[in-house]
Design a binder for this molecule. Sequence first.
Ligand SMILES: Cc1ncc(COP(=O)(O)O)c(C=O)c1O
Length: 389
Amino acid sequence: MKLAERMSRIGTESAFEVLARARALEAQGRHIIHLEIGQPDFPTPAHIKEAAKQALDDGYTGYGPTAGLPECRDAIAQYVSATRAIDVTAANVCVVPGGKPIMYFVMTALLEPGDEVIYPNPGFPIYESLVDFLGATRVPMPLVEERGFSFDLDLFERSLSPRTKLVVLNSPANPTGGVIPKADLARIADLVRGRDLIVLSDEIYSRIWYGERPESITQFDGLLPKTVILDGFSKTYSMTGWRLGYGVMPEWLAAAVERLMVNSNSCTASFTQRAGVAALQGPQDCVDAMVAEFRRRRDVMVAGLNTIPGFRCTVPAGAFYAFPNVRGTGMDSRTLADLLLNEAGVSCLSGTAFGEYGDGYLRFSYANSLENIERALDQIRALAGRWTT
Ligand SMILES: Cc1ncc(COP(=O)(O)O)c(C=O)c1O
């Protein structure tokens, strides 16, 4: 049986493929240090797990409302209003199983063939995959290392057209760790304000930052009614496997996302939403402790990468990824990533896993122990003779 034609246009997230290859090597007895996968290595905080257990005992085991439990949507609306200094209500919130479905639903609801989508490249691979899948037109925006991996704003301005239907922003960013400066966001806001388009602001790393607090484009005049905030619990509360995320958007778009939810998931698991309420309303010191530990690891990771011949790494301002420029090795990123996996036992991702402009870079997740990070750096350094001779 032939698959539908559209399946030839959908991409993938190669972090999962690299993880599978690393696990296959482990099955052969090799020791691999995992710096490829983008999930915090901390357990979900105890009070959140307790809330889920309590919810199961209290009977939150059946279908709930498609767009989310009212108390969960309320808690999200209050949290997002407070953290972004905006005013949104439960009617703007759609609770879905993870942050990723918001990309899928919002793009499915909006995009038609011929519509142009501006998105960061290197960027989360699912943006590009969905643009292709839906038959829309790619307008990849190269990130500029010298600008802390922000856009070239003149190029951004030139890339806007009457066909631009969606602009994707991601700050703090995967894979670069870059944070879009407030002045850049203000200029982007000025450029899109008068246009008939939607901004998808992927803020899944909104709580993981080390310098200036990342801002949301929704705070600029006129932007809230044309922006979808994507956020969730996966990264902030170390809940990747719970599948709990949300979008905050204008009500007309929330109704479309709800319709897609009823056609796919019916609802998000009820007891996980109760845990989500506990996460947002409970103590936040668990998040502070996690971010403090990520900062220590970031500093060791970046300093170490900068001692490896041919590597040059800027200091990431957010998320938990280091994105060194490895052009000095003279090797292409994919070959280098393979070499590090097979010969150094260090699993990382080629920058090309995030789009064509990721060539010349590697992504290392520092969601691993300091001990493993130091060992990985030693093992890479020991291999450097392979590209310096
Ligand atoms: C930029 C970005 N957005 C969204 C997601 C998806 O998050 P979730 O696991 O909640 O679907 C990820 C996960 O890696 C991400 O890096």
